[in-house]
Design a protein around this ligand. Structure first.
Ligand code: MEV
Length: 314
């Protein structure tokens, strides 16, 4: 019997500190293990030689040329970097990618797909790199998606654990003093993190006096949020989420749809709410009391959320 070789990686949500993380401020992110990207190693169809990547959901089927000098496709670059790092020749297989994570929605789809692909390719060549190496490779690919990424997405996804992230600092995790019931509400509007990150960078460059204090204030919220999360102070965490959202609005990375879902969630009884990830579209998160979750889910759906996922962090 043939064994299936498959690897996967989770989605992520940023609880606090997106955008500010790019400028060295702390940020907090958690994996969402119930939403995943999968990579399956399959034999090549008859007559096909070399390494191929098949991503039917993205409409992509590509051969991987590891000798190509410039590779601007994120999937092909992932494969090339992995094989280079392992000094391994391309295996004669097709890696099929499937993902439950909506793209361009702030949930780390790009990082999760790269991570699943990298893991599957390692298995295909019989190797298992350490997490730090994998994290570094996926970070290199993130630059295609995000331009100047902080590294938070690849870190939380590769390590699949809650992270208190500070750019270029060793990995720090955190623990929760009480379970968190979170709703992830999707505006259904795809948005480019690269553009949002670039626009914030322009604000920093053209109006540092107004922009840097906002970034600093977001960093302070992340620090307070970590303490509140660790002591299980749900009320304080919710309040800080709402304050974080207001600061992200001032960085111009929210949108009318995100604001509408954030306000709706709070009016329906959420303890706090904010956009999550790059913003301008994609997803927002709402912190709710478990007994109130269904009411907030209904309110978000009525307010236009195309999908609401409940996740409980313990
Ligand atoms: C994207 O998930 C998070 C951002 O802070 C960008 C980054 O940190 O690389 C917007």
């Amino acid at each position: 019997m043939l064994m299936t070789i498959e690897a996967s990686a989770p989605a992520k949500i940023i609880l606090f500190g997106e955008h500010a993380a790019v400028y060295g401020q702390p940020a907090l992110a958690v994996p969402v293990s119930t939403l995943r990207a999968y990579a399956e190693v399959c034999p090549n169809p008859d007559g096909l030689r070399g390494l191929h990547i098949d991503a039917p959901d993205l409409g992509q089927h590509l051969p991987v040329d590891i000798h190509a000098e410039t590779v601007d496709n994120a999937l092909a670059l992932t494969a090339k970097l992995v094989l280079q790092a392992l000094s391994a020749p391309p295996p004669d297989v097709t890696i099929v990618l499937r993902s439950q994570i909506p793209i361009a929605s702030g949930l780390g789809s790009g990082s999760a797909v790269s991570t699943a692909l990298a893991r599957a390719l390692c298995l295909a060549v019989g190797r298992s790199p350490d997490l730090a190496t994998l994290n570094h490779l996926v970070y290199e690919v993130e630059k295609i998606h995000h331009g100047t990424p902080s590294g938070i997405d690849n870190t939380v996804i590769v390590y699949e654990q809650p992270v208190y992230f500070v750019r270029n600092q060793p990995l720090e995790t955190f623990t929760l003093g009480a379970p968190l019931t979170l709703l992830i509400g999707d505006t259904g509007i795809g948005a480019s993190t690269k553009i949002a990150v670039g626009d914030v960078r322009r604000l920093v460059e053209t109006d540092a006096a107004a922009t840097l204090p906002i970034i600093q204030a977001i960093g302070e919220i992340s620090q307070m949020a970590r303490a509140a999360l660790e002591r299980g102070d749900i009320q304080a965490v919710g309040q800080l989420m709402t304050e974080n959202h207001a600061l992200l609005c001032r960085l111009t990375v929210s949108s009318a749809e995100l604001d509408h879902l954030v306000v709706t969630a709070r009016q329906a009884g959420a303890v706090g709410a904010k956009l999550s990830g790059g913003g301008r579209g994609g997803n927002m998160i709402a912190l709710v009391h478990a007994e109130n979750a269904d009411d907030v889910v209904s309110a978000l759906r009525q307010a236009g959320a195309v999908r609401v996922v409940k996740t409980v962090l313990v």
